[in-house]
Ligand binder design. Structure first.
Ligand code: SAJ
Length: 435
């Protein structure tokens, strides 16, 4: 199958790089977004998201005339849906003794509905948004069939998850292996023809529900493995052991690869996707559910650790270093570091938080400061929450010039305890037994 013109619905972290990459590979692309500000920004030749190299690709796609933006989809050979699938913040589900977060599929529904009036026989529709198993077959297909056309017979329908790492999106889009799950084998083949335009990695075809499960399984696998690392950190502290040393030794075994404990799991993928399994089959997802609870509970352990280290929290002045969900990114979504700061403040501590990648970030209820100096100058304790390179490379000598604090709590194993103790600091690390 050949594709002269495609429509990409949703111009966010995935849709915009995908749309512009197709355009720079010679396809006519119409990028659609429901947010007028996003369209206005792109029409000015600017971009609304932070991703290395993206601005240049988008500009070249726009200047070539092959990428343009629009409010509504128009007739095309293929449609790609790349809208967000978050979960409802307030509405929780409950079944089989589990309380779970529910996927908010309204953006996927609205995107499919917008395609209905322009869908034509022989078209291909691909869903890319991370979705609960069976979404393509049970949610998207029936909506598209309101056009009077039958999915898999009159038009092709496929699911192809994005699996790129923020910060590396443009390279990984092209180089990573890509899974394409078709509602029918012909739909999968049509999807393979489409992505072959720019994908250099292997393209694996399967059915739609398998492709949906693959994506959620990848992130759930990681969540469960981080949960066991976090539980090990609690057990090690309880038994008077240094978890970091124990993990290092265990990982010498050829079939063991324990991940890193930390203040919890954040971001918009790994802390979200496992819920799609729990919501879809709560009676079968015991381990996945427990792992989510372990990881979501980790900020409470950091609060307790800080409380023990300081001998109390009420009125104590703490400098919190880092708010991002992982090192060297500016993304604060679902960040456990933010949760730790909230818990400390709720316990009466006075926390000044500094995030070098988003120094102006405004978070309700949190006091953020624009520099390291401002965070530490009056602090009694310094709490390392994210192992950003700028923090990791900070020496106790440099820090002691800026702060009266002589107590540090390291939740990410970012610093050498020996160096800090030598420099006169009382040093406390997550996952290490305290006398
Ligand atoms: N984390 C730990 N310990 C570890 C590793 C990570 O506590 O040993 C924490 C991080 O600090 C962070 C969270 O887990 O809070 C997630 O970070 P991450 O780097 O593991 O993953 P993401 O969310 O940035 O990206 C993931 C990737 N998926 C996998 O590695 C299986 C990426 O390839 C996916 O495209 C992305 O999710 C997505 O969009 O689904």
């Amino acid at each position: 199958m050949t594709f002269d013109k495609i429509c990409v619905l949703g111009l966010g972290y995935i849709g915009l790089p995908t749309a512009s990459t197709f355009a720079t590979h010679g396809v006519e692309v119409v990028g659609v977004d429901v947010n007028p500000q996003v369209l206005a920004t792109l029409r000015r030749g600017e971009i609304h998201i932070h991703e290395p190299g993206l601005q240049a690709v988008v500009q070249s796609a726009l200047q070539s005339g092959r990428l343009r933006v629009a409010e509504q989809p128009e007739t095309a050979d293929a449609f790609i849906i790349a809208v967000p699938t978050p979960f409802y913040e307030e509405a929780w589900g409950e079944a089989h003794g589990k309380r779970f977060k529910k996927a908010d599929m309204r953006a996927v529904q609205a995107a499919a509905e917008a395609i209905v009036p322009v869908l034509q026989p022989g078209n291909l529709v691909v869903l890319e948004s991370t979705s609960p198993p069976q979404t393509t077959a049970r949610l998207v297909a029936p909506i598209l069939e309101r056009s009077g056309l039958k999915a898999g017979e009159d038009f092709y329908l496929a699911y192809s998850p994005e699996r790129v790492l923020p910060g590396q999106i443009l390279r990984e889009l092209v180089e990573n292996a890509r899974v394409i799950g078709g509602l029918t084998p012909e739909s999968a083949a049509a999807g393979r023809d489409l992505y072959r335009i720019f994908v250099k990695g292997e393209i694996i075809t399967t059915d739609a529900t398998t492709a949906e499960m693959v994506k959620i399984m990848e992130n759930t696998y990681r969540d469960v493995n981080i949960a066991i690392a976090n539980e090990f950190s609690r057990l090690a502290a309880y038994f008077g052991v240094d978890v970091w040393q124990a993990i290092e030794i265990a990982n010498l075994h050829p079939r063991v690869q324990i991940l890193r404990p930390g203040p919890g799991v954040g971001g918009h993928c790994i802390s979200v996707d496992p819920w799609f399994f729990v919501e879809g089959a709560p009676h079968l997802a015991d381990l996945i559910y427990t792992a989510r609870q372990v990881n979501d509970g980790q900020p409470h352990f950091v609060r307790e650790l800080t409380q023990r280290a300081l001998g109390g929290l009420e009125g104590r002045r703490i400098a919190a270093l880092g708010l991002a969900y992982k090192p060297d990114v500016d993304d604060l979504r679902e960040s456990p570091a933010v949760e730790v700061v909230r818990l400390l403040q709720e316990a009466g501590a006075q926390v000044l938080a500094y995030e070098p990648f988003a120094p102006q970030a405004l978070l309700p209820g949190l006091t953020t400061v624009p520099s390291l100096d401002a965070a530490v100058e009056k602090a009694e304790a310094v709490l390392l929450l994210v192992n950003h390179t700028v923090f990791h490379t900070l020496t106790p000598q440099a820090l002691s010039q800026k702060t009266p604090a002589r107590l540090v709590v390291d939740t990410v194993n970012g610093w050498s305890g020996y160096d800090w103790q030598e420099a006169g600091f009382s040093y406390h690390r997550l996952g290490v037994g305290m006398e």
